[in-house]
Design a binder for this molecule. Structure first.
Ligand code: ADP
Ligand code: MG
Length: 466
């Protein structure tokens, strides 16, 4: 058996025992350079991989090699830089650094802000949100396609366009890119982008100042009205009423309305029925979460915009470990970039882990039963106390069962514990709830979706509070 065959056989085994992402990240471009008296030399392409294999996978590799060839005793890893590889540059830089001074490595204290913004006063649009820097993949392609058709003929294809999805997946970016694009092709178009909080503030202050007519005129002369995070209108009756009238006026005049929310219209509690049915009368498109390949593409495109490069291993590490949303992905990247600017080196494995340790966390360990109850309650517009009391009101029963289900799934809590914390119930009630939600989720897509939106909030919450 030659070295190549030996390595191939060992890799076959390694591949079975780790995730695909890890396998490609760490074992791609590795080779056995030599085998002498039980000592195997493996070549890797950069320092990052070398350290990682030495520290994390040495045992696994040794075992896999021994299964194929019993006489293997020891492995050494050496870096075999390829020409024109980003890491060559990195090596040069590191060398220079070492020769010139022995500086202390500094960690960035807070995220640097690379996107100094200037918001257009008239439209309220931020010019940084464009389609040029918006990556389209299967998780957002429906929302993207709908946007494109709206840009071509605003007010005439899908009205309203309703985009929903979890935190940090690109709703605001998409909404604003639509606005920027429409303005670009027709600067005479009147476009207004507002958050639903701003819209609410405007309505309330107009009521106080007795300037409702002024406000009506302002909003009703618009060609394209974009309102972000419409879920915050929930429970605000007066605002909803004003919005309903504005909506109708614009709609009847074929003006485009674009809305975003963290959930579909039917899942927004205390949204007036007439508004809900208006929203459902247009196009509803969701944005999901990008898969790992897409996360890498997004990172690469952000780097390209900044004229920077990073070794694939670092990009893979970020993408493997940060799965929740694009905002976090950017946050991680910004930290790494800040580190590079501060120290003038590409971080090694341990440094990357250190830099990202506050962002990367195991959500299961970080969340706790109180957070789950709180987040489920707020998702359904209830108080945590509603779930932990004994009430059997219909609108409370389902959220409570969902909280039970998530306690079981996310924390592996025991049934007696779950029963106790959610209204001092018996463990059989908890078992029943978990089974019921588990079954219903299979049969009911919208429940499945609600669960995933709640989980996203939970994970975001967990990572924010870490
Ligand atoms: P949301 O409004 O859904 O919470 P944002 O639109 O604020 O999310 O997006 C969070 C960050 O991720 C922003 O900096 C945005 O530019 C970036 N982003 C979102 N979607 C994409 C995408 N498809 N391609 C590139 N960057 C994206
Ligand atoms: Mg947003």
């Amino acid at each position: 058996m030659n070295n190549e065959e030996l390595w191939k056989a060992a890799l076959g085994e390694i591949e079975l025992s780790i995730s695909k992402a890890n396998y490609t990240t760490w074992f791609k471009n590795t080779n056995i350079l030599s085998k002498q008296e039980g000592q195997i030399t493996i070549s890797v392409t950069n320092a990052f991989t070398k350290e990682w294999l030495e520290n994390k996978y040495n045992k696994l590799i040794l075992k896999a090699l021994r299964n194929v060839s019993k006489d293997v005793k020891e492995i050494i890893y050496i870096i075999n830089y390829k020409k024109d590889d980003a890491s060559t540059e990195n090596k040069e830089k590191k060398k220079k650094k070492k020769l010139s001074e022995k500086t202390e490595i500094r960690m960035p204290e807070e995220q640097l802000n690379f996107n100094q913004i200037k918001i257009d006063k008239k439209t309220n649009l931020n010019p940084r949100y464009t389609f040029e820097n918006f990556i389209v993949a299967s998780f957002n392609e429906l929302a993207y396609a709908a946007s494109q058709s709206i840009i071509k003929t605003p007010g005439q294809t899908y009205n309203p366009l309703f985009i929903y999805g979890g935190v940090g997946v690109g709703k605001t970016h998409l909404l604003q890119a639509i606005g920027n694009e429409i303005i670009k092709s027709d600067p005479t178009k009147k476009i207004i982008y507002v958050s639903s909080e701003k819209f609410t503030d405007d309505v309330i202050s107009a009521i106080f100042k007795n300037e409702m007519d002024k406000l009506k005129n302002y909003y009703r002369k618009i060609d394209v009205l974009i309102i972000d995070d419409i879920q915050f209108l929930a429970g605000k009756e007066k605002t909803q009423e004003e919005f309903f009238h504005t909506f109708n006026t614009l709609y009847e005049n074929n003006k485009q309305i674009i809305l975003s929310s963290d959930r579909p219209p039917k899942a927004i509690p205390t949204l007036e029925e007439r508004l809900r049915s208006r929203f459902e009368g247009g196009m509803i498109a969701d944005i999901g979460s990008p898969d790992i390949e897409t996360r890498i593409v997004i990172l690469k495109s952000k780097l390209k915009d900044l004229n920077l490069e990073l070794p694939d291993e670092i990009l893979n590490y970020i993408s493997t470990n940060i799965q929740k949303n694009i905002r976090e992905l950017e946050g991680a990247l910004n930290r790494i970039i800040a580190f590079m600017k501060l120290n003038d080196i590409v971080p090694n494995q341990n440094q990357v882990i250190k830099i990202l340790k506050n962002i990367i966390s195991d959500p299961q360990k970080r969340t706790n039963y109180k957070d789950i109850i709180k987040i489920v309650a707020s998702f359904y517009d209830l108080d945590a106390g509603d779930l932990t009391n004994r009430s059997r009101k219909k609108e409370i029963v389902k959220p409570r069962q969902i909280a039970m289900y998530l306690l079981r799934e996310e924390l592996k809590s025991s049934y007696p514990f779950i029963g106790l914390k959610l209204g001092g119930r018996d463990h059989t009630t908890a078992i029943y709830a978990c089974e019921k939600i588990g079954k219903e989720k299979e049969a009911n897509n919208s429940l499945e979706e609600e669960l995933s939106l709640i989980r996203q909030r939970l994970y975001n919450h967990a990572s924010l509070s870490s």
